[in-house]
Design a protein around this ligand. Structure first.
Ligand SMILES: Nc1nc2c(ncn2[C@@H]2O[C@H](COP(=O)(O)OP(=O)(O)OP(=O)(O)O)[C@@H](O)[C@H]2O)c(=O)[nH]1
Ligand SMILES: [Mg+2]
Length: 353
């Protein structure tokens, strides 16, 4: 089997966590798997890829371009994985992912016919966004979620650990009812529930290669794209004292960014802060919106001395403002913790430009 499947879905829905859990689970029980993290920053270290590799997952990244438009790079990477014994490879997609079915699946099958077994085009959704869709609120957001789900062969309702059984069943049934061309499964990438069902779907099912009726020029989609800024920051920090708590440091930066964006009425669907030290200990903090609690996805196990930090964000905020807010939060927090910073790389751009 030379199975390849794209994992689409809204920012923060759990694509990376799911691909990590699936790659690990599949490799333990079914065969060898690998995951690719794809994003637009040029020559950057992606927090998602570094996180996957720090946690021991068979992972790599493709940067600079969406896999929608670099089929040669993607094909070469996939062939390397299959040649090394993998039979399942999954990749995510940058931004909102809308259009990936056409560009990746139809594009690949035209340019490289019969080279890969395309698995179900997989779209993740989290309960909070299922709720937005079901309630019909939030024009831009609802249209993006709807367009994503229209592309799906397989809908994965993730974070089922956050729902009561009755709520879970209501969301599942609603999704199955409104997107009858897709199958719907529910998982928790965090607890591992549903990973066998997800593995079976990927092994068994094929891409439908449908052409969903999506208006790519839709004003809600264009509007959301125009507002979205991508941010990549990489630096190293030297720590002066031996009781430095890396997790608290990352959380404080996230809190400051959140407060500023909230004060200016901007939104941040996802900011990831990942830091690691030379021995391989690492911490990760996620900010999933101005009104949601900051999530500590992983705590450093020990106090650390030198750390490398990667911060990646997607925000509905002008690029210059986001840059100012994040830079200020990093500088102020680092001074408080008496860290000495050395900047490696920064990229900040608006997707609509
Ligand atoms: N409770 C719960 N949280 C989860 C689950 N899966 C992921 N998360 C959390 O959701 C947040 C976002 O997860 P990611 O996997 O980074 O989401 P993503 O879709 O890759 O986000 P982008 O890369 O920004 O598009 C993290 O804080 C995860 O720990 C889950 O099954 N349950
Ligand atoms: Mg991700």
């Amino acid at each position: 089997m030379r199975k390849f499947a794209v994992f689409s879905g809204f920012l923060g829905s759990g694509k990376t966590t799911t691909m990590m859990a699936l790659t690990r689970y599949y490799s333990a029980y079914h065969g060898k798997a690998a995951m690719i993290s794809n994003d637009l920053g040029e020559g950057v270290t992606l927090a998602d890829d570094r996180l996957a590799r720090l946690s021991g997952v068979n992972a790599s990244q493709i940067t600079n371009e969406c896999i929608c438009f670099c089929h040669d790079v993607l094909t070469q990477r996939l062939n390397e994985y299959y040649d090394s014994g993998c039979d399942l490879v999954v990749s995510d997609i940058p931004g909102f992912g809308v259009g990936a079915l056409e560009h990746v699946y139809h594009g690949l099958s035209k340019e490289y016919p019969d080279q890969f077994d395309l698995g179900p085009f997989t779209v993740l959704i989290e309960p909070r966004n299922a709720e937005i869709l079901r309630s019909g609120q939030g024009d831009d957001m609802a249209y993006i979620l709807h367009a994503q789900l229209m592309e799906a062969d397989l809908i994965v309702l993730n974070k089922r650990d956050l729902l009561e059984p009755a709520e879970l069943e209501a969301d599942r049934a609603w999704l199955a009812d409104h997107y009858p061309k897709a199958s719907v499964i529910t998982i928790s990438a965090m607890t591992g529930e549903g990973l066998e069902e997800l593995s079976q779907a990927l092994i068994r099912d094929k891409a439908s290669m449908k052409h969903p009726d999506i208006d790519y020029e839709d004003k809600n989609l264009q509007n959301a794209m125009d507002q979205l800024t991508e941010y990549y920051l990489e630096y190293v920090a030297q720590v002066c004292c031996n009781d430095f708590d890396g997790t608290e440091y990352l959380s404080d930066i996230a809190r400051m960014v959140q407060a500023e964006l909230q004060a200016w009425d901007y939104e941040i669907p996802h900011m990831k802060l990942l830091a690691w030290e030379p021995e391989g200990d690492y911490g990760k903090v996620d900010l999933l919106g101005v009104n949601r609690p900051i999530e500590i996805t992983r705590r450093f196990e020990n106090p650390c001395t030198d750390i490398a930090v990667v911060l990646n964000a997607n925000a509905a905020c002008p690029a210059a403002t986001l840059d100012e807010i994040i830079q200020e939060a990093v500088n102020v927090t680092s001074r408080l913790y008496q860290l000495e910073l050395r900047l490696f790389k920064k990229e900040c751009f608006n997707l609509g430009e």
